[in-house]
Design a protein around this ligand. Structure first.
Ligand SMILES: Cc1cc2nc3c(=O)[nH]c(=O)nc-3n(C[C@H](O)[C@H](O)[C@H](O)COP(=O)(O)OP(=O)(O)OC[C@H]3O[C@@H](n4cnc5c(N)ncnc54)[C@H](O)[C@@H]3O)c2cc1C
Length: 435
Protein backbone atom coordinates (compact mmCIF):
# COMPACT_ATOMS: atom_id res chain seq x y z
CA UNK A 1 0.00 0.00 0.00
CA UNK A 2 1.55 3.37 -1.00
CA UNK A 3 1.55 6.52 1.14
CA UNK A 4 -1.19 8.02 -1.02
CA UNK A 5 -3.55 5.13 -0.20
CA UNK A 6 -3.06 5.61 3.54
CA UNK A 7 -4.08 9.26 3.50
CA UNK A 8 -7.54 10.25 4.71
CA UNK A 9 -8.11 13.68 3.17
CA UNK A 10 -11.12 15.76 4.16
CA UNK A 11 -12.22 18.65 1.95
CA UNK A 12 -14.05 21.27 4.00
CA UNK A 13 -16.00 24.08 2.36
CA UNK A 14 -18.24 26.70 3.98
CA UNK A 15 -20.43 26.79 0.88
CA UNK A 16 -22.85 24.53 -0.93
CA UNK A 17 -22.45 22.05 -3.79
CA UNK A 18 -22.86 23.72 -7.20
CA UNK A 19 -26.48 22.58 -7.68
CA UNK A 20 -27.58 24.55 -4.60
CA UNK A 21 -24.96 27.27 -4.97
CA UNK A 22 -26.38 28.12 -8.42
CA UNK A 23 -29.74 29.03 -6.85
CA UNK A 24 -27.99 31.24 -4.29
CA UNK A 25 -25.95 33.04 -6.96
CA UNK A 26 -29.17 33.62 -8.88
CA UNK A 27 -30.89 34.94 -5.73
CA UNK A 28 -28.13 37.52 -5.32
CA UNK A 29 -28.24 38.57 -8.96
CA UNK A 30 -32.00 38.79 -9.35
CA UNK A 31 -33.28 39.68 -5.89
CA UNK A 32 -30.24 41.14 -4.12
CA UNK A 33 -30.36 38.35 -1.51
CA UNK A 34 -26.89 37.43 -0.30
CA UNK A 35 -26.03 34.09 1.33
CA UNK A 36 -22.79 34.86 3.18
CA UNK A 37 -21.45 31.30 2.75
CA UNK A 38 -22.75 30.50 -0.72
CA UNK A 39 -22.27 33.09 -3.44
CA UNK A 40 -19.96 34.05 -6.33
CA UNK A 41 -16.87 33.56 -4.14
CA UNK A 42 -17.84 30.75 -1.75
CA UNK A 43 -19.01 27.21 -2.34
CA UNK A 44 -18.01 24.20 -4.42
CA UNK A 45 -15.39 25.07 -7.03
CA UNK A 46 -14.43 28.28 -5.28
CA UNK A 47 -14.27 31.72 -6.83
CA UNK A 48 -13.58 30.46 -10.35
CA UNK A 49 -16.87 28.63 -10.85
CA UNK A 50 -19.06 31.54 -11.98
CA UNK A 51 -16.27 33.07 -14.07
CA UNK A 52 -14.95 33.29 -17.59
CA UNK A 53 -12.83 30.25 -16.79
CA UNK A 54 -9.69 31.63 -18.37
CA UNK A 55 -7.09 28.93 -18.01
CA UNK A 56 -3.92 30.77 -18.89
CA UNK A 57 -1.20 31.77 -16.51
CA UNK A 58 2.12 33.53 -16.90
CA UNK A 59 3.69 30.91 -14.61
CA UNK A 60 5.75 28.44 -16.60
CA UNK A 61 5.60 25.01 -14.99
CA UNK A 62 5.31 21.48 -16.37
CA UNK A 63 2.33 20.84 -14.04
CA UNK A 64 0.12 23.23 -16.08
CA UNK A 65 -0.23 20.51 -18.72
CA UNK A 66 -1.32 18.04 -16.03
CA UNK A 67 -3.97 20.51 -14.81
CA UNK A 68 -5.38 20.99 -18.32
CA UNK A 69 -5.33 17.24 -19.01
CA UNK A 70 -7.19 16.60 -15.75
CA UNK A 71 -9.86 19.11 -16.79
CA UNK A 72 -10.23 17.29 -20.14
CA UNK A 73 -10.45 13.90 -18.36
CA UNK A 74 -13.26 15.33 -16.24
CA UNK A 75 -15.22 16.39 -19.32
CA UNK A 76 -13.63 19.71 -20.34
CA UNK A 77 -13.22 20.45 -24.06
CA UNK A 78 -10.07 19.05 -25.70
CA UNK A 79 -9.35 22.37 -27.41
CA UNK A 80 -7.99 23.74 -24.13
CA UNK A 81 -4.91 21.56 -24.71
CA UNK A 82 -3.98 23.46 -27.87
CA UNK A 83 -5.60 26.92 -27.57
CA UNK A 84 -3.19 29.80 -26.97
CA UNK A 85 -5.69 31.34 -24.55
CA UNK A 86 -7.77 28.42 -23.26
CA UNK A 87 -11.01 29.21 -21.46
CA UNK A 88 -14.05 27.24 -20.26
CA UNK A 89 -16.96 29.53 -19.41
CA UNK A 90 -19.38 29.24 -16.50
CA UNK A 91 -21.64 26.65 -18.18
CA UNK A 92 -18.72 24.22 -18.52
CA UNK A 93 -17.28 24.96 -15.08
CA UNK A 94 -20.39 23.98 -13.14
CA UNK A 95 -20.49 20.55 -14.81
CA UNK A 96 -16.76 20.09 -14.20
CA UNK A 97 -17.19 20.71 -10.47
CA UNK A 98 -19.67 17.81 -10.24
CA UNK A 99 -17.27 15.49 -12.08
CA UNK A 100 -14.41 16.61 -9.87
CA UNK A 101 -16.46 15.91 -6.74
CA UNK A 102 -17.25 12.39 -8.01
CA UNK A 103 -13.52 11.83 -8.61
CA UNK A 104 -12.69 12.93 -5.05
CA UNK A 105 -15.35 10.66 -3.55
CA UNK A 106 -14.07 7.72 -5.59
CA UNK A 107 -10.60 8.38 -4.18
CA UNK A 108 -12.02 8.15 -0.63
CA UNK A 109 -11.80 11.85 0.08
CA UNK A 110 -14.45 12.98 2.54
CA UNK A 111 -16.21 16.09 1.16
CA UNK A 112 -18.00 18.32 3.65
CA UNK A 113 -20.07 21.26 2.46
CA UNK A 114 -21.79 23.88 4.69
CA UNK A 115 -18.85 23.54 7.07
CA UNK A 116 -17.48 26.91 8.04
CA UNK A 117 -13.98 26.76 9.54
CA UNK A 118 -13.85 29.35 12.28
CA UNK A 119 -10.47 28.67 13.80
CA UNK A 120 -7.32 26.63 13.85
CA UNK A 121 -6.35 24.45 16.79
CA UNK A 122 -2.71 24.72 17.79
CA UNK A 123 -0.59 22.50 19.99
CA UNK A 124 2.11 24.54 21.71
CA UNK A 125 5.18 22.38 22.45
CA UNK A 126 8.78 23.03 23.38
CA UNK A 127 9.74 22.09 19.81
CA UNK A 128 7.41 24.79 18.42
CA UNK A 129 3.77 25.28 17.51
CA UNK A 130 2.02 22.60 15.49
CA UNK A 131 -1.44 22.33 13.96
CA UNK A 132 -3.92 19.95 15.65
CA UNK A 133 -6.92 20.50 13.41
CA UNK A 134 -9.61 23.01 12.55
CA UNK A 135 -12.63 24.10 14.54
CA UNK A 136 -15.95 24.34 12.70
CA UNK A 137 -18.79 26.72 13.40
CA UNK A 138 -20.87 24.94 16.03
CA UNK A 139 -17.79 23.71 17.88
CA UNK A 140 -16.80 20.47 16.13
CA UNK A 141 -13.05 19.82 16.00
CA UNK A 142 -11.81 18.14 12.82
CA UNK A 143 -8.48 16.68 13.86
CA UNK A 144 -5.61 16.75 11.36
CA UNK A 145 -1.86 16.84 11.58
CA UNK A 146 -1.64 18.76 8.31
CA UNK A 147 -3.99 21.51 7.17
CA UNK A 148 -3.88 22.96 3.66
CA UNK A 149 -5.38 26.40 3.97
CA UNK A 150 -6.84 27.41 0.59
CA UNK A 151 -9.73 29.67 1.54
CA UNK A 152 -9.46 32.22 -1.28
CA UNK A 153 -9.05 35.99 -1.23
CA UNK A 154 -12.48 36.78 0.21
CA UNK A 155 -12.25 34.73 3.43
CA UNK A 156 -11.77 37.80 5.58
CA UNK A 157 -12.65 36.09 8.87
CA UNK A 158 -9.76 33.68 8.26
CA UNK A 159 -7.13 36.41 8.44
CA UNK A 160 -8.52 37.50 11.80
CA UNK A 161 -8.40 34.02 13.33
CA UNK A 162 -4.94 33.44 11.89
CA UNK A 163 -3.81 36.66 13.54
CA UNK A 164 -5.37 35.46 16.82
CA UNK A 165 -3.44 32.18 16.53
CA UNK A 166 -0.21 34.18 15.96
CA UNK A 167 0.32 32.86 12.45
CA UNK A 168 2.83 35.09 10.68
CA UNK A 169 1.33 37.24 7.90
CA UNK A 170 2.55 40.21 5.92
CA UNK A 171 0.70 42.91 3.99
CA UNK A 172 0.96 42.45 0.24
CA UNK A 173 0.42 44.75 -2.77
CA UNK A 174 -2.73 44.24 -4.81
CA UNK A 175 -4.86 46.39 -7.16
CA UNK A 176 -8.23 48.12 -7.09
CA UNK A 177 -10.48 49.88 -9.56
CA UNK A 178 -13.68 49.30 -11.47
CA UNK A 179 -15.18 47.03 -14.08
CA UNK A 180 -15.64 48.65 -17.49
CA UNK A 181 -18.36 47.40 -19.81
CA UNK A 182 -18.41 48.14 -23.57
CA UNK A 183 -20.64 46.89 -26.37
CA UNK A 184 -18.76 43.82 -27.69
CA UNK A 185 -19.34 45.08 -31.25
CA UNK A 186 -17.27 48.18 -30.41
CA UNK A 187 -14.37 46.10 -29.04
CA UNK A 188 -14.56 43.83 -32.12
CA UNK A 189 -14.45 46.83 -34.40
CA UNK A 190 -11.52 48.48 -32.55
CA UNK A 191 -9.52 45.24 -32.53
CA UNK A 192 -10.45 43.77 -35.92
CA UNK A 193 -11.31 46.87 -38.01
CA UNK A 194 -12.79 45.88 -41.39
CA UNK A 195 -12.87 42.19 -40.30
CA UNK A 196 -14.97 42.84 -37.20
CA UNK A 197 -18.01 41.06 -38.66
CA UNK A 198 -16.02 37.95 -39.55
CA UNK A 199 -17.60 34.76 -38.21
CA UNK A 200 -14.25 32.96 -38.13
CA UNK A 201 -12.54 35.31 -35.68
CA UNK A 202 -13.02 34.75 -31.92
CA UNK A 203 -14.89 37.36 -29.91
CA UNK A 204 -12.26 40.08 -29.46
CA UNK A 205 -10.47 40.68 -26.18
CA UNK A 206 -7.87 43.25 -25.13
CA UNK A 207 -5.10 43.81 -22.65
CA UNK A 208 -4.07 47.32 -21.66
CA UNK A 209 -1.38 48.62 -19.33
CA UNK A 210 0.18 51.96 -18.42
CA UNK A 211 3.09 52.50 -16.05
CA UNK A 212 3.92 55.67 -14.20
CA UNK A 213 7.27 56.49 -12.54
CA UNK A 214 8.69 53.16 -13.64
CA UNK A 215 11.81 51.98 -11.78
CA UNK A 216 11.24 54.42 -8.93
CA UNK A 217 9.68 53.85 -5.48
CA UNK A 218 6.63 55.83 -6.74
CA UNK A 219 5.99 53.34 -9.53
CA UNK A 220 2.30 52.77 -10.16
CA UNK A 221 0.78 50.41 -12.70
CA UNK A 222 -2.70 50.72 -14.20
CA UNK A 223 -3.96 47.80 -16.24
CA UNK A 224 -6.91 45.84 -17.55
CA UNK A 225 -7.49 42.53 -15.81
CA UNK A 226 -9.69 39.47 -16.21
CA UNK A 227 -11.24 40.59 -19.50
CA UNK A 228 -14.47 38.71 -20.28
CA UNK A 229 -15.42 38.86 -23.99
CA UNK A 230 -19.17 38.51 -24.56
CA UNK A 231 -19.56 38.39 -20.80
CA UNK A 232 -21.53 39.69 -17.88
CA UNK A 233 -20.63 41.81 -14.84
CA UNK A 234 -21.45 39.94 -11.62
CA UNK A 235 -21.81 40.79 -7.93
CA UNK A 236 -18.88 39.28 -5.99
CA UNK A 237 -19.87 40.69 -2.58
CA UNK A 238 -19.68 38.33 0.37
CA UNK A 239 -20.90 40.67 3.10
CA UNK A 240 -23.91 42.97 3.56
CA UNK A 241 -23.00 46.66 3.46
CA UNK A 242 -20.37 46.36 0.73
CA UNK A 243 -20.50 46.17 -3.05
CA UNK A 244 -17.85 44.64 -5.27
CA UNK A 245 -18.03 43.35 -8.80
CA UNK A 246 -16.26 40.94 -11.15
CA UNK A 247 -16.91 39.33 -14.54
CA UNK A 248 -17.92 36.03 -16.09
CA UNK A 249 -18.90 34.63 -19.47
CA UNK A 250 -20.24 31.50 -21.06
CA UNK A 251 -18.22 29.09 -23.18
CA UNK A 252 -19.56 30.55 -26.45
CA UNK A 253 -18.73 34.16 -25.46
CA UNK A 254 -21.68 35.19 -27.61
CA UNK A 255 -23.05 37.89 -25.30
CA UNK A 256 -23.44 41.47 -26.57
CA UNK A 257 -21.18 43.04 -23.95
CA UNK A 258 -17.48 42.97 -23.14
CA UNK A 259 -16.20 43.65 -19.63
CA UNK A 260 -12.86 43.93 -17.93
CA UNK A 261 -11.44 45.25 -14.69
CA UNK A 262 -9.44 48.50 -14.92
CA UNK A 263 -7.26 48.59 -11.84
CA UNK A 264 -4.53 50.63 -10.18
CA UNK A 265 -1.78 49.00 -8.13
CA UNK A 266 -1.94 49.58 -4.37
CA UNK A 267 1.08 49.11 -2.09
CA UNK A 268 1.13 48.47 1.65
CA UNK A 269 2.24 52.09 2.23
CA UNK A 270 -1.08 53.21 0.61
CA UNK A 271 -3.25 51.19 3.00
CA UNK A 272 -3.72 54.16 5.35
CA UNK A 273 -4.86 56.48 2.50
CA UNK A 274 -8.51 56.42 3.67
CA UNK A 275 -7.33 57.75 7.05
CA UNK A 276 -7.68 54.51 9.05
CA UNK A 277 -5.28 53.55 11.84
CA UNK A 278 -2.41 51.25 10.97
CA UNK A 279 -3.95 47.76 10.96
CA UNK A 280 -0.62 45.93 10.58
CA UNK A 281 -0.82 42.95 8.23
CA UNK A 282 -4.59 43.43 7.77
CA UNK A 283 -4.34 47.04 6.50
CA UNK A 284 -5.18 45.96 2.95
CA UNK A 285 -8.42 44.32 4.13
CA UNK A 286 -9.51 47.54 5.81
CA UNK A 287 -8.73 49.41 2.58
CA UNK A 288 -10.85 46.98 0.53
CA UNK A 289 -13.73 47.08 3.01
CA UNK A 290 -13.81 50.89 3.01
CA UNK A 291 -13.97 51.08 -0.80
CA UNK A 292 -16.76 48.46 -0.88
CA UNK A 293 -18.70 50.29 1.85
CA UNK A 294 -18.40 53.61 -0.04
CA UNK A 295 -19.66 51.94 -3.23
CA UNK A 296 -22.64 50.56 -1.28
CA UNK A 297 -23.45 53.98 0.18
CA UNK A 298 -23.09 55.74 -3.18
CA UNK A 299 -25.55 53.40 -4.89
CA UNK A 300 -28.03 53.25 -2.00
CA UNK A 301 -27.69 49.62 -0.86
CA UNK A 302 -29.18 46.29 -1.89
CA UNK A 303 -26.05 45.33 -3.90
CA UNK A 304 -26.95 47.98 -6.50
CA UNK A 305 -23.59 49.11 -7.90
CA UNK A 306 -22.59 52.74 -8.51
CA UNK A 307 -21.84 53.44 -12.17
CA UNK A 308 -20.69 56.24 -14.46
CA UNK A 309 -20.16 56.56 -18.18
CA UNK A 310 -16.43 56.25 -18.84
CA UNK A 311 -16.25 59.57 -20.73
CA UNK A 312 -18.03 61.31 -17.81
CA UNK A 313 -15.66 59.78 -15.27
CA UNK A 314 -12.72 61.05 -17.32
CA UNK A 315 -14.32 64.53 -17.64
CA UNK A 316 -15.23 64.68 -13.93
CA UNK A 317 -19.03 64.89 -14.24
CA UNK A 318 -21.77 62.63 -12.90
CA UNK A 319 -23.64 60.89 -15.73
CA UNK A 320 -27.11 62.32 -16.32
CA UNK A 321 -28.23 58.75 -16.98
CA UNK A 322 -26.65 55.35 -17.24
CA UNK A 323 -27.47 52.87 -19.96
CA UNK A 324 -28.62 49.32 -19.44
CA UNK A 325 -26.03 46.85 -18.21
CA UNK A 326 -25.57 43.11 -17.68
CA UNK A 327 -24.97 43.72 -13.97
CA UNK A 328 -27.84 42.38 -11.96
CA UNK A 329 -29.05 43.47 -9.33
CA UNK A 330 -28.73 46.87 -11.09
CA UNK A 331 -26.78 50.12 -11.12
CA UNK A 332 -27.25 53.73 -9.99
CA UNK A 333 -25.55 56.79 -11.45
CA UNK A 334 -22.88 58.15 -9.07
CA UNK A 335 -19.59 59.99 -8.90
CA UNK A 336 -17.18 57.07 -8.73
CA UNK A 337 -14.28 59.21 -7.58
CA UNK A 338 -15.96 58.94 -4.15
CA UNK A 339 -15.01 55.25 -3.90
CA UNK A 340 -11.26 55.67 -3.59
CA UNK A 341 -8.50 57.95 -2.36
CA UNK A 342 -7.27 60.56 -4.83
CA UNK A 343 -4.23 58.61 -6.05
CA UNK A 344 -6.44 55.88 -7.55
CA UNK A 345 -8.59 58.39 -9.45
CA UNK A 346 -5.61 60.41 -10.64
CA UNK A 347 -3.72 57.42 -12.03
CA UNK A 348 -6.76 55.80 -13.60
CA UNK A 349 -7.69 59.03 -15.41
CA UNK A 350 -4.11 59.45 -16.68
CA UNK A 351 -4.06 55.86 -17.88
CA UNK A 352 -7.30 56.40 -19.83
CA UNK A 353 -5.40 58.77 -22.16
CA UNK A 354 -2.89 56.02 -22.88
CA UNK A 355 -5.65 53.43 -23.35
CA UNK A 356 -7.49 55.70 -25.78
CA UNK A 357 -4.31 56.13 -27.83
CA UNK A 358 -3.85 52.37 -27.93
CA UNK A 359 -7.51 51.58 -28.67
CA UNK A 360 -9.17 54.65 -30.26
CA UNK A 361 -12.85 54.74 -29.23
CA UNK A 362 -12.25 52.97 -25.89
CA UNK A 363 -13.08 56.05 -23.77
CA UNK A 364 -16.65 56.58 -24.93
CA UNK A 365 -20.02 57.40 -23.46
CA UNK A 366 -21.08 53.89 -24.51
CA UNK A 367 -18.69 52.41 -21.95
CA UNK A 368 -19.87 52.08 -18.36
CA UNK A 369 -17.62 52.03 -15.34
CA UNK A 370 -19.15 49.95 -12.53
CA UNK A 371 -17.81 49.92 -8.97
CA UNK A 372 -15.92 48.60 -7.24
CA UNK A 373 -13.40 45.92 -8.17
CA UNK A 374 -11.34 45.37 -5.04
CA UNK A 375 -10.62 41.63 -4.90
CA UNK A 376 -8.07 41.26 -7.64
CA UNK A 377 -5.84 39.21 -5.33
CA UNK A 378 -5.21 38.84 -1.63
CA UNK A 379 -3.91 41.91 0.24
CA UNK A 380 -2.20 39.60 2.75
CA UNK A 381 0.41 36.88 2.51
CA UNK A 382 0.46 34.01 5.00
CA UNK A 383 4.21 33.55 5.02
CA UNK A 384 5.54 30.04 4.40
CA UNK A 385 8.91 28.34 4.18
CA UNK A 386 10.19 28.09 0.58
CA UNK A 387 11.29 24.51 1.06
CA UNK A 388 8.74 22.84 3.36
CA UNK A 389 5.87 25.10 2.17
CA UNK A 390 4.62 25.19 5.78
CA UNK A 391 3.78 28.40 7.61
CA UNK A 392 6.97 29.86 9.09
CA UNK A 393 5.27 30.09 12.47
CA UNK A 394 2.99 27.04 12.61
CA UNK A 395 4.12 23.51 11.73
CA UNK A 396 1.66 21.44 9.67
CA UNK A 397 -0.15 24.50 8.26
CA UNK A 398 0.24 24.85 4.47
CA UNK A 399 -0.91 28.30 3.26
CA UNK A 400 -2.09 27.69 -0.30
CA UNK A 401 -3.56 29.44 -3.32
CA UNK A 402 -4.81 32.94 -3.79
CA UNK A 403 -6.05 33.73 -0.28
CA UNK A 404 -2.67 32.93 1.23
CA UNK A 405 -0.93 35.04 -1.41
CA UNK A 406 0.42 32.24 -3.64
CA UNK A 407 -1.81 32.28 -6.70
CA UNK A 408 -3.67 34.73 -8.89
CA UNK A 409 -6.03 32.73 -11.02
CA UNK A 410 -7.59 29.32 -11.50
CA UNK A 411 -4.50 27.62 -12.93
CA UNK A 412 -1.91 29.27 -10.70
CA UNK A 413 -3.96 28.39 -7.59
CA UNK A 414 -4.32 24.79 -8.81
CA UNK A 415 -0.58 24.69 -9.45
CA UNK A 416 0.10 25.81 -5.92
CA UNK A 417 -2.20 23.10 -4.57
CA UNK A 418 -0.33 20.48 -6.61
CA UNK A 419 3.04 21.67 -5.31
CA UNK A 420 1.80 21.38 -1.75
CA UNK A 421 0.30 17.92 -2.31
CA UNK A 422 3.61 16.72 -3.76
CA UNK A 423 5.55 18.25 -0.84
CA UNK A 424 3.32 16.50 1.70
CA UNK A 425 3.64 13.15 -0.09
CA UNK A 426 7.46 13.50 -0.24
CA UNK A 427 7.55 14.40 3.41
CA UNK A 428 5.42 11.41 4.42
CA UNK A 429 7.53 9.10 2.25
CA UNK A 430 10.71 10.35 3.97
CA UNK A 431 9.17 9.93 7.42
CA UNK A 432 7.98 6.40 6.67
CA UNK A 433 11.37 5.42 5.14
CA UNK A 434 13.22 6.58 8.24
CA UNK A 435 10.74 4.94 10.67
C1 LIG B 1 -16.25 36.27 -10.75
C2 LIG B 1 -14.81 35.80 -10.84
C3 LIG B 1 -14.27 35.53 -12.09
C4 LIG B 1 -12.96 35.04 -12.20
N1 LIG B 1 -12.49 34.72 -13.44
C5 LIG B 1 -11.29 34.10 -13.54
C6 LIG B 1 -10.85 33.59 -14.79
O1 LIG B 1 -11.52 33.68 -15.82
N2 LIG B 1 -9.62 32.98 -14.82
C7 LIG B 1 -8.84 32.85 -13.72
O2 LIG B 1 -7.74 32.28 -13.80
N3 LIG B 1 -9.25 33.33 -12.51
C8 LIG B 1 -10.45 33.93 -12.40
N4 LIG B 1 -10.89 34.38 -11.18
C9 LIG B 1 -9.99 34.23 -10.03
C10 LIG B 1 -10.00 32.77 -9.57
O3 LIG B 1 -11.32 32.34 -9.39
C11 LIG B 1 -9.20 32.61 -8.30
O4 LIG B 1 -7.89 33.09 -8.52
C12 LIG B 1 -9.12 31.15 -7.86
O5 LIG B 1 -10.42 30.60 -7.73
C13 LIG B 1 -8.37 31.03 -6.54
O6 LIG B 1 -8.41 29.70 -6.14
P1 LIG B 1 -8.24 29.29 -4.61
O7 LIG B 1 -8.39 27.82 -4.59
O8 LIG B 1 -7.00 29.88 -4.06
O9 LIG B 1 -9.47 29.97 -3.82
P2 LIG B 1 -11.02 29.96 -4.11
O10 LIG B 1 -11.32 29.50 -5.49
O11 LIG B 1 -11.50 31.32 -3.71
O12 LIG B 1 -11.59 28.85 -3.11
C14 LIG B 1 -11.65 29.06 -1.74
C15 LIG B 1 -12.66 28.10 -1.14
O13 LIG B 1 -12.55 28.19 0.30
C16 LIG B 1 -13.85 28.18 0.86
N5 LIG B 1 -13.80 28.90 2.14
C17 LIG B 1 -13.50 30.20 2.38
N6 LIG B 1 -13.53 30.47 3.69
C18 LIG B 1 -13.83 29.30 4.32
C19 LIG B 1 -14.01 28.93 5.68
N7 LIG B 1 -13.86 29.81 6.68
N8 LIG B 1 -14.36 27.65 5.97
C20 LIG B 1 -14.52 26.73 4.97
N9 LIG B 1 -14.35 27.03 3.65
C21 LIG B 1 -14.01 28.30 3.34
C22 LIG B 1 -14.72 28.89 -0.18
O14 LIG B 1 -16.08 28.50 -0.06
C23 LIG B 1 -14.10 28.43 -1.49
O15 LIG B 1 -14.73 27.28 -2.02
C24 LIG B 1 -12.18 34.88 -11.03
C25 LIG B 1 -12.72 35.19 -9.77
C26 LIG B 1 -14.03 35.63 -9.67
C27 LIG B 1 -14.60 35.95 -8.31
Amino acid sequence: MCIRDRLKPVLIDRGEPVEIRGRHVSGLMHRGELKPDSNICFGEGGAGTWSDGKLYTRVSDYRVRHILETIVELGGPERILIDAKPHLGTDKLVALCKAFRARLLEADCEVRFSSFVEGIEVERTAAGDRVRGVRLRGGELVEADRVVLAAGHSAREMYHWLLGAKVHMEPKPFAVGFRVEHPQSLINSIQYGQWSESKTLPTADYRLAANFNKNTPEHRGVYSFCMCPGGQVVPSSTLEGGVCVNGMSHASRKGHWANSALVVSVKPQDFGAFGHDDEGPLGGLVFQEEAERRAWDLAGGGFIAPAQRLSDYKAGRVSADVRKTTYKPGIASADLTGCYPEFVTEHLKRALDAFERRMPGFVTEDALLIGVETRTSSPVQVVRDDDTLESVSLGGLYPCGEGAGYGGGIVSAALDGLRIAERILDDLAETSASA
